[in-house]
Write a protein that binds this ligand. Structure first.
Ligand code: PLP
Length: 385
């Protein structure tokens, strides 16, 4: 055969909805010697990873670990283990990922009640309370903390207490928020949550950190049926990540190294400092984008995902193509009803720096006109300290 050419990926500035830029230290971890997945060294890495994840999720949950696949597998792990056929679940749908949660829950045999909000809006505790009043038998409530399709930032503080008072479990998608904005698993009464490595943790895609609290464990222990998925069945995975270390599947050893190192970087920076960094660069980017005449889609924007409307007459694909070809910058297009109508600009983890903000505003301003004003508007926000 003619051998395909040698691998030589371009170095981009990744400013879309994920993956984000990966620090050299994390890439080096991927290149470290592979050991056996039951090697004592790997067991140390597993334990360290669990402790780091507990810190980042702000939880003492013992069952905290990365699922060996991307964020969607984390979603599926939570649902297939917490839901049995016939269970009623309530899911908040205000974007793509809430919709996917419904699909996964239906496939697991749940009776799904959707509570809908316009894309870009978030749910108030009153809306969810009313939905729970209409459906008193709901056993699980699923909600997306950071809806990456719209940029909306869902407050969770009151929702956790509300769901707990109804004896249902609260499942939260924090794929995009973890490591970039506060996620308080224990303080917010979240029973189960899943995330991803390639957003604000700035690790390549490939693992999905999950965490389960005592009420979620009790629900799993009381199951009458086996989970629908063999690979994602926590009854077995728990003994692999637990004290027994019973073989279930071969963990992706080098991906665990990468996550371990990425989490160490999060903890070294400090969660509060990291959240403040995301807010600071979001303020600057927002000032610059608004100076370009772009308006935000959501009422309550995430810091790490900036969804803005594409102005009339501007060609979405032409602009994104030029950013990538001429500047090496990737931003995201819109999903679903926002396809062709919104851009999604990420400031996640290592992609959240003043250099990224300036490069994006200069390049996008060059396409739309007004780069100078956009950069000045962004710079002015840094001056304020
Ligand atoms: C990215 C994302 C996912 C899915 O993660 P994958 O790694 O693409 O499987 C799920 N939920 C939200 C909110 C996301 O942003």
């Amino acid at each position: 055969m003619e051998i395909p050419k040698e691998l030589d990926p371009p170095a981009r500035l990744l400013m879309g909805p994920g993956p984000s830029d990966v620090p050299p230290r994390v890439l080096r971890a991927l290149a470290a010697p592979t050991v056996g997945h039951l090697d004592p060294y790997y067991l140390e890495v597993m334990n360290g990873t669990r402790r780091l994840l507990q810190h980042v999720f702000r939880t003492t949950n013992e069952l905290t670990m990365p699922v060996s696949a991307t964020g969607m597998a984390g979603m599926e792990t939570c649902i297939v283990n917490l839901v049995e056929p016939g269970d009623e679940v309530l899911i908040g749908v205000n974007g793509v990922f809430g919709g996917r949660m419904c699909d996964v829950a239906e496939r697991a045999g749940a009776v799904v009640h959707r509570v809908e909000a316009e894309w870009g809006r978030v749910f108030s505790p009153d809306e969810l309370r009313a939905a729970l009043d209409r459906h008193p038998k709901v056993r699980l409530v699923g909600i997306v903390h950071a809806e990456t399709s719209t940029g909306a930032h869902q407050p969770l503080e009151e929702i956790g207490a509300l769901v707990r008072s109804r004896d249902a479990l609260l499942l939260v998608d924090c794929v995009t928020s973890l490591g970039g904005a506060p996620v308080e698993i224990d303080a917010w009464h979240v029973d189960a949550a899943y995330s991803g490595t390639q957003k604000c943790l700035s690790c390549p895609p490939g693992l999905s950190p999950v965490t389960f609290g005592p009420r979620a464990l009790a629900r799993m222990d009381a199951r009458k049926t086996k989970a629908q998925s063999w690979y994602l069945d926590l009854a077995m995975i728990r003994s692999y990540w637990g004290a027994e270390r019973a073989y279930h599947h071969t963990a992706p050893v080098n991906m665990t190294y990468a996550l371990y190192e990425a989490l160490r970087m999060v903890v070294e920076e400090g969660l509060d400092a990291r959240f403040e960094r995301h807010r600071r660069h979001h303020r600057a980017l927002r000032a610059g984008l608004e100076a370009l005449g772009l308006s935000y889609v959501p009422e309550r924007s995430l810091p790490m995902l900036n969804a803005v409307r594409i102005p009339d007459g501007v060609d979405d694909k032409a602009v994104r193509g030029a950013l990538l070809r001429e500047h090496g910058i990737e931003i995201g297009g819109g999903l679903g009803p926002f396809a062709g109508r919104a851009w999604r600009i990420g400031l996640m983890g290592a992609s959240c720096t003043r250099r990224h903000v300036s490069a994006l505003l200069a390049a996008l301003g060059g396409q739309l006109g007004g780069a100078g004003d956009a950069l000045a508007a962004a710079d002015a926000t840094y001056g304020r300290g």
